[in-house]
Design a protein around this ligand. Sequence first.
Ligand code: BT5
Length: 331
Amino acid sequence: MTLREAVLKALKEKNGDWISGETLSNHLNVSRTTIWKQVKTLLDAGYVIDSSPKKGYRITTPADLLSPNEVLPGLQTKLFGQNNFIYYQETDSTNKRARALAAEGYPEGTIVVAEKQIEGKGRRGRSWYSPIRQGIYLSLIIRPIIPLKQISRVSLLAAVAVSEALEEELNLTPQIKWPNDILINNRKIAGILSEAVTDTDSIEYIVIGIGLNINNPPEEFPDDFRTPPTSALGETQTPGSRINLLRRLLLSFENHYALLQRGDFTHTLEKAKSLSLVIGKEVRLDEKNIIISGLAFDIDDNGFLLVKDQSGTIHTVMSGEISVLPRPPIK
Ligand code: BT5
């Protein structure tokens, strides 16, 4: 245990009561100045610590930080986050970090979490707004042993896991806007960016990046987003526990992923369909500048969207930008 962790542990053990600098310095065998320096680093990391010249230090507000120290104690996964939990106060992009780690050989189950991203990435060169300690910025490394043609299952699986975490933890009713957006009341609360490295017929690794807005005050979002944004705070009017959401999300992901690895996608697909915002809707798809318009009527077993156009032709869509059109089809 580092000195900083020892100071944190001693503070937490007091359950909100004061502990003097002198007691801490005797207990840990370091000077009071050293104690203060450690407290300062804890403050910088986001812990709320009161200090008083007479009484010492105390922690009264639980810190909702996504560090391994805070998250691991209640994390129920067997693999994800357990052995390789990489945590940054600030980084460029957790996907970029995770890709570098995956290329170095980091195993499946590795997660990268940041309190803030300065170059958070969306798809097609777009960016992800990632203010400090308001959302979850998470990337997972997986090395699935599945046929290459099933690769799209993975993004859908991540969307289901995010939705379940929001349902179970906060009682929200999210919808999946195929393939990678999570919306609540037509406002975007989360986005997913999957980046894969493949051989000719197999998958080497996939980094799944998840950005989830939790305690963002709605008025602080930039006003030029493609889809109006929202956060858990915006929906429930109460601050949510990022720690609990992250734990739920990892557990839900792990459960669905275990099924996927066994070749069983039925349950995940059913859930994805039941949460789908686009099934049954008239849509317009832009896939690499090829435009398809028609009725989105199903998601197939590979996670592809099935769209029937005016002429009755069925298009199997693997990815793309989708707009849900307001009017029903003209018969
Ligand atoms: C996505 O892209 O929705 C995927 C976002 C993935 C972000 C995570 S965070 C952890 C990991 N590390 C990364 O670097 N990235 C992943 P896309 O569908 O292209 O949506 C991006 C668009 O959504 C932007 O152009 C904005 O219009 C909007 N947007 C940006 N930040 C947002 C936010 N926080 N909430 C809602 N909408 C946002």
